[in-house]
Structures are given as structure tokens and as C-alpha cells.
Design a binder for this molecule. Structure first.
Ligand SMILES: NC(=O)c1ccc[n+]([C@@H]2O[C@H](COP(=O)([O-])OP(=O)(O)OC[C@H]3O[C@@H](n4cnc5c(N)ncnc54)[C@H](OP(=O)(O)O)[C@@H]3O)[C@@H](O)[C@H]2O)c1
Length: 253
């Protein structure tokens, strides 16, 4: 049985991956949806053409990740697509932040993504895809978003390294690096501070980011960057020293 396994499927990018994989992929027999909000997953499933397995799991809980591991061992699926989209960010100065929340962010964005990838790999064969949701925040350090940006640098670097390791197995890894996207992400992110106004002008629609990500993944690209402004940010981040980047960003509103 060929499956797509999608974390963070109850909203935003993960939800859109579910919809678009459902539309384009004939080689998938079942879509497995993971998030905590079961009601959201049920209503998504009702609108998908493929059969769905709903896994209402809190990925911050080791015991619930173990349930996913048992399910994989029991059903022995062939994972054609793994999409790791569960994640969150919290804006605000590190020193004034809630350290528990900062550490949880590292856990979900980095450790859980790494663990799910590790669990999925034994169930992946040639010509499968791993899509890791990083962020344009991976390109440069950011004051007011320091831990989040660092967590996404981890995702980007991990994806590149893993992609190189998996070349011989013909499993292709794509790190998706969007700028701001219109999702529920900001409900939580802006709890202690708001995004730069400039970010609001370049806010992308999730369906466009996901469409490009799937296209890039099928083209076996290691990275997917949607939109001209974000591509420029990536280029500038490679040209300027990090101190200059941080200096210029100080004046952005
Ligand atoms: N939106 C942006 O501007 C933006 C830009 C760049 C990168 N990203 C990245 O894109 C990814 C998806 O974010 P989004 O924008 O789609 O935000 P979102 O709409 O808030 O979606 C986050 C998803 O993660 C799931 N999740 C959160 N905590 C979880 C937990 N403990 N266990 C299981 N699932 C959990 C949520 O489901 P439940 O709450 O139902 O569990 C939800 O489905 C994240 O990694 C984010 O960092 C977002």
C-alpha cells in the first residue's frame, strides 16, 4: 500500500499538502494525516478523494510517537511522500521569552521532524519523496525570532545532508523555505510581538507555496523557495556578512 504521511495536516501548509497530493497523485492508495485536532482532520478527510487514516497525535509526546511507530510496523506501508509540516514559531526577545516554549519549539521543529523522518525511512523505497518544511528564516539569523530562525537552519542543513545520504537509495529530500504564509502560524507566533510590516506585504497563499514545493520535489530539487522577494532575500543573505544583515534588519518596520 502506497501512502502519503503528512504531519501538521490540520491547518496551513500541511492541510494544503494533503489536498494537493490528493488531487495529483494517482500512485497513492491512502493518505495518513497527523495533528492533534481530530475534528479538523475528520473534516479534511471528508473532502479528500483518497481513503484516509486519521492519526490524532500530539507529537510532543513520546508515547504518541510510539503509536505511529506501531502503526507503521503493523501496516508496513510504502511511504511515497513524507511531509513534515508540524511546527511553530514564537516572536519576541529571547531573554524575555518563556524558556519552556522556546525549548518546545526546538523539540517540535527539529527533534520531532528528525524522529518522524527516522521512523519513516525503513518504509520508503526508490523514487519516494521527503518534504521538510523549513523557512526563509533558515537563510539568516533574526533578532526577535532567534530560536525559530536557528531551528529552521537546522531543518535546511539536515535536509541537504540527508538528501546526499539518500541519493543512492533514490529517495529525494526537499527543504521548503517559504517567507511569510497566510496560515494560523501567526496566531501563536504573534503572542508576544508582531511581525515586521514588510512581511505583511509579501505574505503568500499556502496553496501557491505548496504547489511549487510539490513541483520542486518531483523535479528532485533539494530546496523550494516560492516568490521573487524570498529569492532575493536568499541571495542577499549569501552576499552580505551576517552582522550587516542584522544591522539593516534593525531599521525595518
Ligand atoms: N506560516 C508561515 O509564515 C510559515 C513560514 C515559513 C515556514 N513555516 C513553517 O510551516 C510549517 C507549518 O506551519 P503553518 O504555517 O502551516 O502553521 P499552522 O497553520 O499553525 O500549522 C501548524 C500545524 O502543526 C500542527 N502541530 C502543532 N503542534 C503539534 C503537536 N504538538 N503535535 C502534532 N501536530 C502539531 C498543528 O496541528 P494541531 O494544532 O491540530 O496539532 C498544525 O496542523 C511550520 O513548520 C512552520 O514553521 C510557516
Amino acid at each position: 500500500m502506497n501512502i502519503a504521511l503528512i504531519t501538521g495536516a490540520s491547518s496551513g501548509l500541511g492541510l494544503d499538502f494533503a489536498k494537493q497530493i490528493d488531487n495529483v497523485s494517482e500512485e497513492i492508495d491512502e493518505i495518513w494525516l497527523i495533528a492533534r485536532r481530530k475534528d479538523r482532520l475528520i473534516s479534511l478527510a471528508e473532502n479528500l478523494k483518497h481513503p484516509v487514516k486519521i492519526l490524532a497525535l500530539n507529537l510532543m509526546d513520546e508515547a504518541e510517537i510510539a503509536l505511529l511507530e506501531s502503526k507503521l510496523k503493523e501496516e508496513q506501508p510504502n511511504i511515497k511522500f513524507l511531509v513534515n509540516s508540524a511546527g511553530f514559531g514564537i516572536l519576541g526577545y529571547f531573554e524575555k521569552s518563556n524558556i519552556k516554549e522556546q525549548l518546545e519549539m526546538i523539540q517540535l521543529n527539529c527533534s520531532v521532524l528528525t524522529q518522524i523522518t527516522y521512523l519513516a525511512l525503513p518504509f520508503m523505497k526508490e523514487d519516494s519523496r521527503i518534504i521538510q518544511i523549513a523557512s526563509s528564516a533558515a537563510f539568516l539569523p533574526q533578532r526577535n525570532f532567534a530560536v525559530y530562525a536557528a531551528s529552521k537552519s537546522f531543518v535546511l542543513s539536515f535536509s541537504y545532508g540527508l538528501g546526499a545520504e539518500l541519493e543512492k537509495r533514490k529517495i529525494y529530500v526537499t527543504a521548503v523555505c517559504p517567507g511569510p504564509v497566510q496560515t494560523e502560524f501567526f496566531d501563536r507566533a504573534e503572542k508576544n510581538g508582531s511581525v515586521l510590516k514588510i512581511k505583511q506585504f509579501i505574505m503568500a497563499k499556502p496553496e501557491k507555496v505548496v504547489k511549487k514545493a510539490l513541483k520542486d520535489s518531483l523535479k528532485r530539487k533539494g530546496k523550494s523557495v516560492y516568490g521573487a522577494p524570498i529569492k532575493y532575500i536568499e541571495i542577499i543573505s549569501k552576499l552580505l556578512p551576517y552582522k550587516s544583515l542584522l544591522f539593516f534588519m534593525k531599521f525595518m518596520k
